[in-house]
Design a protein around this ligand. Structure first.
Ligand code: PMP
Length: 327
């Protein structure tokens, strides 16, 4: 198979049946292999969607600059799309994110601005910092992935369509966790338009406020999580009107157990949000009963977390137990 250019490599990711999670629940649980995108994460899709939308609106033209605040993966997607199209990228990232993401961004030629972790209400939060830099930079756009719905449109148009086709139109449930909400809302809206009976479930980590919002209408966070790229405290524009039927909350330890089982038993090396998603898919499978076809997202590659998730010293320092049977 040949592709005309790098950007055409984004998307069309394969779907894999996850043997262990399927056997444990009596369902068929499938993972959409987003770690196989050229930037090794699901965020390549949002990056391409946001950049193409800005071009169509005439606000981004050759020689321009893309500025964004990100946990890292969107920055990597924007930097590779930027390189392929001739745009500069300035990426603002909390310094708590993995070393590998920072090194990858620098290697791609992005200008990296690291900021201390701060609450969203603080003007120093990475999102607000990135908006300010975009405003002060000539010929620049602010990608604004959290509230720019070109993000979820990319998932309605590409991810949901691919899932529907790959499942031959037979899918009972879909679930994933939320950073911006682009994936969950976009795939949820896209699948519901095909078949309103598909159950759409939120899988939330601890430390995020969406589980309580969808369970009882109140944004309230409990506990915390070391998972990168997920854990949202507000209803972003991308999440508005998302068709959420049910919700689960998954601990880091449960997610880690799935990461380790997928590595040791199926040879998949993934990040923690993927493990949390698979644990959420198993919770949905158990709620729906045996024989169902459930899809989730394998968001990014574990090679991005060799110094953290795959480092026993780091896990121990975070109070996490490194055995495949931990949960
Ligand atoms: N997992 C990882 C590793 C991510 O970087 C992100 C994006 N922040 C997500 C999951 C969540 O995706 P979304 O922004 O579409 O909610």
């Amino acid at each position: 198979m040949t592709f005309p250019d790098t950007l055409a490599l984004i998307g069309h990711t394969p779907m894999v049946r996850l043997k262990g999670p399927s056997e444990a629940t009596g369902c068929d649980i499938y993972g959409k292999c987003e770690f196989l995108n050229p930037g090794a994460s699901v965020k390549d899709r949002a990056a391409l969607g946001i950049v193409e939308d800005a071009e169509e609106r005439g606000v981004l033209s050759p020689g321009g600059t893309i500025v964004e605040g990100t946990a890292g993966n969107t920055g990597i997607g924007l930097a590779l799309v930027g390189n392929a199209k001739g745009y500069k990228t300035i990426i603002v990232m909390p310094e708590t994110q993995s070393r590998e993401k920072m090194d990858t961004l620098r290697a791609l030629g992005a200008e990296l601005v690291l900021v201390a972790a701060a609450p969203y209400s603080s003007p120093c939060h990475f999102v607000h910092t990135s908006r300010r830099i975009a405003e002060e930079t000539p010929n620049a756009i602010w990608a604004n992935q959290f509230d720019n719905i070109a993000n979820r449109r990319a998932h309605i148009r590409w991810t949901a369509e691919e899932i529907w086709e790959q499942m031959d139109g037979r899918i009972d449930g879909f679930t994933c966790s939320v950073g911006t909400g682009g994936t969950l809302a976009g795939v949820g809206l896209g699948l519901k338009a095909k078949d309103p009976n598909v159950t759409i479930a939120l899988t939330d980590p601890y430390g995020a406020a969406l589980y309580s919002y969808y369970a009882c209408g109140e944004l309230r966070a409990e506990g915390n999580s070391v998972a990168e790229g997920i854990g949202q405290g507000r209803i972003t524009a991308n999440l508005e009107g998302a068709p959420i039927d049910t919700q689960f909350r998954i601990s880091d330890q449960e997610g880690l157990a799935q990461v380790q089982a997928l590595l040791n038993e199926e040879g998949l090396c993934l990040g923690l949000s993927s493990g949390i998603n698979v644990a959420g898919a198993m919770a949905l499978a158990r709620q729906m009963g045996p024989g169902r076809r459930i899809v989730t997202v394998l968001c990014d590659t574990g090679f991005r977390y060799l110094s953290t998730l795959y480092n026993p010293d780091w896990l121990a320092a975070k109070g996490l137990i490194a055995t495949a049977n931990a949960a």
